[in-house]
Design a protein around this ligand. Structure first.
Ligand SMILES: C[S@@+](CC[C@H](N)C(=O)[O-])C[C@H]1O[C@@H](n2cnc3c(N)ncnc32)[C@H](O)[C@@H]1O
Length: 397
């Protein structure tokens, strides 16, 4: 019988949900096999998918923290079988999903009873407890204590009505995302950079797992970096030559660090508003399958913007994108291409200000957000932030 698997979303569950659907779509698997269990858990079951496939999908994701399988019969879960002969079992317990209160007393009691069971079978064990008031282990605890290799993590999955049990197969390589965010060699150009997890999700929103991806506003290269890791042949361009060099050295660093040993990329200077004929010819002859980008959004903001400032920034963004779509539609004449882009909203003294996607693209473009999510809203915003990033998934017919 095929197993049921679960994915645990990160801080932006709707984005994680859309990303999972899109990655499955890239392997020709329909979204019908996913059901949401509460806000942050996605259940997946299908005879076509096995453990290796699920792990492969999980490793591509930016928005999920944990993957595992559902234990259909918890009473038959044998802790003993998890034991590596002669060595101590290292185990953890995590409560995932819509669990509102602190559960540390319950977790400790359950851990003690598991320990007693193991002891009665002459197996010694070590229990790793979630940190502070957390109900679940963080990825560093799971990885550093080798819980998956030397024991198990038992997961209790809750929505507001019921609960299920699961066993973790893998946790997110958070360290890798942090390294790329904080320790890439060049981050010092004067502009905001995307969090790598969001860049990864945006690349995955293309619902492609190979092809040629272009970021025409590459900045320090966060999107191209995640794209090469996922195996895309990547073009990175920017009006600013410093940004072009920065992107190149960041991708070289990625290769050296082993994140993308065979990175295929090309970076070049290109002003979207003053299209250079030679570059256009080259782009026309390149089989670009997706454009993924974040435009210039103004300097980082710490205080509310005036309405006027927000309008000026939005006009700049709109102009840049108009030029980009003119380029795609009329100059490099690309059809059947996906575009994933960010339109910012700015918080002003008089509320939020943005513009609608239909102001930007003509009828030849389908806005796909609604195919993935009923309310169509794909937003990334931190608490108290002045800028919200609205993400759009577009497909050219
Ligand atoms: C917000 S940054 C992109 C940041 C990038 N996503 C990252 O994470 O590093 C926007 C970039 O757009 C570039 N840009 C602005 N106007 C442009 C134009 N006309 N053509 C090409 N690039 C442009 C800027 O130089 C800047 O590097």
């Amino acid at each position: 019988m095929s197993k049921q698997f679960f994915f645990e979303a990160g801080a932006f569950p709707d984005l994680s949900y859309v990303e999972l659907i899109a990655v499955l779509e890239s392997f020709n698997i329909s979204k019908d096999i996913i059901t949401r269990f509460g806000t942050t858990i996605f259940l997946v079951k299908n005879e076509k998918i096995d453990e290796n496939f699920v792990i492969n999908v999980f490793q591509r994701l930016g928005g999920c923290k944990r993957v595992g399988y559902i234990l259909e019969d918890i009473d038959n879960f044998s802790y003993r079988s998890e034991s590596i002969q002669g060595s101590k079992i290292i185990f953890g317990i995590s409560i995932l999903g819509d669990s509102l209160k602190n559960e540390s007393v319950f977790i400790k009691k359950l851990a003690n009873s598991i320990k007693r069971t193991l002891r009665s079978d002459a197996i010694s064990s070590r229990f790793i407890i979630p940190k502070g008031k957390d109900n679940s282990l963080n990825s560093a605890q799971v990885i550093n204590n080798q819980i998956i290799e030397k024991g198990f993590e038992l997961d209790i999955l809750r929505n507001f009505e019921t609960e299920k049990y699961g066993k973790t197969l893998m946790v997110q390589d958070l360290e890798g995302f942090v390294q790329r965010d904080m320790y890439k060699p060049n981050t010092d150009i004067q502009m905001g950079t995307l969090p790598p997890k969001l860049a990864r999700m945006m690349v995955n929103f293309t619902a492609q797992n190979s092809g040629i991806l272009w970021d025409p506003f590459c900045g320090s290269g966060t999107i191209p970096m995640e794209a090469v890791i996922l195996g895309f042949n990547t073009l990175a361009s920017d009006v600013n030559p410093v940004a072009v060099n920065t992107t190149s050295s960041n991708i070289e660093w990625l290769s050296k660090e082993g994140f993308a040993p065979d990175a295929l990329y090309e970076s070049f200077r290109f002003d979207v508003t003053k299209a250079n004929k030679e570059v256009i010819k080259k782009l026309k002859n390149t089989d670009i399958t997706a454009i993924v980008c974040e435009p210039y959004m103004g300097p980082p903001q710490t205080a509310l913007l005036s309405e006027q400032k927000a309008s000026e920034l939005l006009i700049d963004v709109k102009n840049l994108y108009f030029k980009l779509f003119d380029l795609i539609d009329n100059k490099i004449e690309k059809r059947y291409i996906k575009v994933i882009l960010i339109i910012p909203s700015y918080k002003t003294q008089k509320g939020w200000k943005t513009f609608g996607i239909r102001e930007l693209v003509n009828k030849r473009w389908i806005v796909k957000n609604g195919d993935y999510l009923k309310n169509r809203d794909l937003k990334w915003s931190r608490k108290n932030s002045i800028i919200t990033r609205n993400i759009f998934i577009l497909e050219r017919t």
